[in-house]
Design a binder for this molecule. Structure first.
Ligand code: UGA
Length: 444
């Protein structure tokens, strides 16, 4: 069985390397020749722990190759995974389906052998049924092209482990005999995972598409729930971390994704809740997920509140103040700055007159491409030098490990805002710092 992966971004590159690791001959396909050249040399164009090693291992043996040619892919593959992006459409909340449509059309037209197209991209419900018709329309005479929907649940920073050992797999299949045949092919591809006990849920297209967006919408809601409660503890008193620990011990709730702070970002959660709202509205059931507008508002308010707190700590104005921003990536172990709360807050502070020095262990270059006017520095020490306030926004291990003693001689003023609730308040307060956190009442 030979596999292609269409689109070699975050999802596609990880999936291609993981399929090679499972023992398949894999061809990664991308329309960008620069990306294809880099990957062919075993070079990963983004940061993901463990993936460079896997890429080098399999490009080295020739088991994993990359091309820009759909012709080559159509002649090569028995299974074509679609991992191209579905970004937010400019000027709209909806997902841009043009890359997925182009990939499915191109591979269906190029396929010279019977094959299965397995969609992995996050798409609005109803897309798979339409894409299956598109594939059938473009397939060559005598060549069978079946489509299945096989959403991906990997997290950045854990992409390799999540792909090789997922907690579940979902397969949406057509409701005819072709669907059953395609299911059998996918069961063969995932034989190793299924053999080691990973559950596989086989369902219809619509459920499979919705599982993905529903999971991300639920996670976003969980984060905004705890952040909403942190607005209350900030005013009434109370400690949001203890509150999260206590409710999280109820197994029905669970402690994960209850970390209050500056909120969620990245290339998935924000875009997916917007796309779900847009799709629900198209279907005439917009009110069903109207609460997601509130989920997003709570998330935006965290950013505004962070800027307001920094302003207050500086005595009412940030103009000309030296602010050290620790973190630019939307979360640690990633160089991704898409919809990043950290970078947004840094840019907001700069726009109202602060002198902002940003440090991120991996994301400085991506951040500088997006907001070139901030001052990007290479070390924590350089960022905090002369700072009148230190603002921790992405919980990288280095920032979690820093101590009040090591920072004190470097800063101009001992003020710190812990935007991720990862520092020990007593430790910083006892060392004479004005320590603030989101969801924990300011020290008197
Ligand atoms: C998310 C999902 O977790 C994956 O399951 C999914 O496959 C992926 O989107 C996708 O659709 O491709 P990811 O975007 O990598 O993965 O990031 P998460 O780990 O979910 O974090 C999202 C954001 O929420 C980050 O900004 C993080 O800092 C924030 N977060 C997370 C919190 O503010 N609090 C928490 O308790 C947890």
């Amino acid at each position: 069985m030979r596999i292609t992966v269409l689109g070699t971004g975050y999802l596609g590159a990880t999936h291609a390397a993981a399929m090679a690791e499972l023992g398949f001959e894999v061809l990664g396909v991308d329309v960008d020749p620069v990306k294809v050249d880099a990957l062919s040399r075993g070079e990963l164009p983004f940061h993901e722990p463990g993936l460079p090693e896997l890429l080098r291992k399999h490009t080295g043996t020739g088991r994993l190759r990359f091309t820009t040619s759909y012709e080559q892919a159509g002649a090569f593959g028995d299974v074509h995974f679609v991992g191209v992006g579905t970004p937010q459409r400019p000027g709209s909340q909806a997902a841009d389906m043009s890359y997925v449509e182009a990939a499915v059309t191109a591979i269906a037209a190029a396929a010279t052998r019977d094959c299965v197209i397995a969609g992995k991209s996050t798409v609005p419900v109803g897309s798979a049924r339409r894409l299956a018709a598109l594939a059938a329309e473009h397939a060559r005479d005598g060549v069978s092209v079946e489509l299945v929907w096989n959403p991906e649940f990997l997290r950045e920073g854990f992409a390799v482990a999540d792909t090789l050992s997922p907690d579940r797999m979902v397969l949406g299949i057509a409701d005819d005999t072709g669907g059953a045949a395609a299911e059998a092919v996918l069961r063969q591809v995932y034989a190793r995972q299924l053999g080691s006990g990973v559950p596989l849920i086989v369902t219809d297209y619509e459920t499979a598409e919705l599982v993905k967006v529903a999971a991300n919408a639920f996670l976003a809601t969980k984060i905004s729930f705890i952040n909403a409660l942190s607005e209350i503890t900030e005013t009434a008193g109370g400690d949001i971390r203890t509150l999260a620990d206590a409710i999280g011990m109820d197994e029905r709730i669970g402690r994960k994704f209850l970390n209050a702070g500056v909120g969620f970002g990245g290339g998935c959660l924000p875009k997916d809740i917007r796309a779900l709202r847009a799709r629900a509205a198209e279907l005439g059931v917009g009110e069903s997920v109207r609460f997601l507008a509130e989920v997003e508002d709570i998330n935006t308010r965290r950013r505004e509140h962070t800027v307001a707190t920094v302003t207050e700590m500086l005595g009412g104005s940030v103009v000309g103040a030296q602010v050290a921003v620790l973190g630019a990536a939307f979360k640690p172990d990633s160089d991704d700055v898409r919809d990043s709360p950290a970078l947004d807050i840094a840019a907001r502070l700069h726009s109202i007159g602060a002198e902002v020095a940003v440090v991120d262990p991996q994301a400085n270059a991506n951040a500088a491409a997006r907001y070139p006017r901030l001052d990007y520095v290479e070390s924590l020490e350089a960022a905090v030098a002369g700072a009148e306030v230190v603002v921790l926004l992405t919980e990288w291990a280095r920032f979690k490990a820093m101590t009040p003693e090591e920072l004190a001689p470097l800063v101009a003023e001992r003020r710190i805002l812990d935007g991720r609730n990862v520092l020990d308040p007593a430790r910083w307060t006892d060392a004479g710092w004005d320590y603030r956190a989101l969801g924990r009442r300011a020290t008197p």
